[in-house]
Design a protein around this ligand. Structure first.
Ligand code: FE2
Length: 189
């Protein structure tokens, strides 16, 4: 029910394939982390699915406009706080506090980097991507330059994890969900 409502809302504010794929990816990665860390996977998934809700239509008001939208849809303050906190120090001053918020902050840019690295592979997939090759792409600042290495590094620090742990876990999360995401994308388009 909650997921259906959230997906409907996502589709209302997001029309571009790229944004929808990113939302579904972050949803799956958040669910994976929730299961791994012993939290509510459905709840973490909704946060992932909706985290960039306002970005396509209101890029200048990212994580600001979303407050209004989510309030009018009766989402509670915890959901709104979690979503806004992923733009901490970029668009808003809402600091990630809960472990879920720190994971979201850390994986948002990282899933973009891993996705871009996957597209460069002959397989076009994360299934055969090794941590070593991801680390190379991470260090190559010219590669997928839009994915902020600083945010990823800060995210790992917030979690108290070393960077390798964040990279390898997120890689595993994306491996586990890749097929499910492509299935969903082909159902949408
Ligand atoms: Fe995002």
């Amino acid at each position: 029910m909650e997921r259906e409502k959230a997906l409907k809302l996502l589709m209302k504010y997001n029309k571009e394939n790229f944004h929808i794929q990113h939302a579904l990816t972050v949803e799956e990665v958040m669910k994976w982390y929730a299961s791994e860390l012993g939290y509510d996977a459905d709840y973490w998934g909704i946060i992932g699915l909706l985290h960039d809700l306002d970005y396509e239509m209101y890029p200048q008001e990212h994580c600001i406009k979303v407050v209004e939208i989510l309030q009018s849809e009766n989402y509670d303050e915890d959901v709104i706080h979690a979503i806004c906190s992923h733009a901490y120090n970029i668009m808003v001053d809402v600091k990630p506090e809960h472990e879920m918020e720190k994971v979201l902050y850390a994986v948002d840019e990282l899933t973009g980097l891993i996705g871009a690295a996957a597209r460069m592979r002959p397989s076009g997939s994360v299934s055969d991507m090794e941590l070593k090759s991801l680390k190379k792409k991470f260090k190559d600042k010219a590669f997928a330059a839009g994915c902020s290495r600083d945010i990823i590094t800060n995210g790992a620090e917030m979690l108290g994890w070393d960077l390798d742990k964040l990279l390898s876990m997120t890689l595993e999360a994306m491996r586990a969900s890749e097929n499910h995401i492509s299935e969903q994308m082909s159902n949408i388009y």
